[in-house]
Write a protein that binds this ligand. Structure first.
Ligand code: C2E
Ligand code: MG
Ligand code: MG
Ligand code: MG
Length: 282
């Protein structure tokens, strides 16, 4: 009996794995078609200056409008694209799209803003990243100072020397570099001074309870102080309520991003917000 049930169990797992591999392959195929069929869209979420309530930047966030399943959040397909390697063409598309859009906004006469594009671990490791960014800046004609790449701490810690060299080369193009989700990855305080970054983004886990948890508030204050000390722009992500905004403003945070002002929106909606002089509460 033990043998039989053992074999059944084996068959059960094997079927399950088969099913998973199959649905993974299907997702990869759909993603390949999605890029060709222009099912991906870039949404933009405003970054607002804490003291002036003006839009100073936008984070580009990919969306997949799957004709069958509706909008698929990036959390569901970016990790698969990362594993399969499809993140490279998809990421390059997001970068190009964001630079084209930002250039269009500038030509339309809006106050220039910085657009921030997320770069995944695989893109950052890729030997062609520098060339891709160079080519996209060249072909879109966007002044590099209006582009920023968001990377995460964990991408930098495997091989710090190589990461620093790569970051320097990117900075030499004239673009900004931001550490995203700061405080949630490896704590790399000892390396922070070595990274040629321009911006720290406080993870939204810290922002969520700055108004209710004194310890979290102290940590957020420390990150803001650290950024100022290192001469970095500090951006808070995930600001959802007036209390968050008040805290960030009172504690010297430069830039605020979150549902309080706006969710990520399509380009035309973002443009409408830029047309207003100050950002209103969403
Ligand atoms: P992220 O780079 O940390 O982006 C911020 C995420 O927080 C976005 O989720 C945004 O919608 C969400 N967010 C912003 N404000 C608030 C708020 O006030 N409250 C809450 N609860 N959430 C807020 P989204 O768009 O679902 O993206 C999730 C993650 O997917 C991103 O995290 C990023 O890691 C990845 N991602 C998105 N677009 C791209 C892309 O084009 N390329 C790459 N490589 N990754 C991307
Ligand atoms: Mg980001
Ligand atoms: Mg983030
Ligand atoms: Mg994140």
């Amino acid at each position: 009996y033990a043998k039989v049930s053992g074999r059944n169990q084996y068959q059960f797992f094997s079927k399950d794995m088969n099913r998973k591999a199959k649905s993974r392959l299907e997702l990869e195929g759909r993603m390949r078609r999605a890029l060709a069929n222009q099912e991906f869209v870039v949404f933009y979420q405003p970054k607002v200056s804490a003291d002036r309530d003006a839009i100073v930047g936008a984070e580009a966030l990919i969306r997949w409008m799957d004709p069958e399943r509706g909008m698929v959040p990036p959390g569901e397909f970016i990790p698969v694209a990362e594993e399969s390697g499809q993140i490279e063409p998809i990421g390059t598309w997001v970068l190009r799209q964001s630079c084209i859009q930002n250039r269009l906004w500038q030509e339309a006469g809006f106050n220039p803003i910085k657009v921030s594009v997320n770069v995944s671990a695989r893109q950052f490791r890729s030997p062609s990243l520098l060339q891709t960014v160079t080519e996209v800046l060249d072909s879109t004609g966007l002044d590099p100072k209006w582009l920023e790449l968001e990377i995460t701490e964990s991408m930098l810690m495997n091989d710090v020397d190589t990461a620093v060299r790569k970051m320097k080369a990117l900075r030499d193009l004239g673009i900004g570099l931001s550490i995203d989700d700061f405080g949630t990855g490896y704590s790399s305080l000892s390396y922070l001074g070595r990274f040629p970054i321009t911006t720290l983004k406080i993870d939204r886990a810290f922002i969520a309870d700055v108004d209710t948890n004194p310890k979290t508030a102290e940590i957020a204050r420390a990150i803001i102080g650290l950024s100022r000390g290192l001469n970095l722009e500090v951006v808070a992500e995930g600001a959802e309520i007036a209390e968050h905004i008040m805290f960030l403003r009172n504690n010297g945070c430069d830039t605020v991003q979150g549902f309080y002002y706006s969710r990520p929106v399509p380009a035309d909606e973002f443009e409408r917000m830029m047309g207003q002089r100050v950002m209103a509460h969403a």
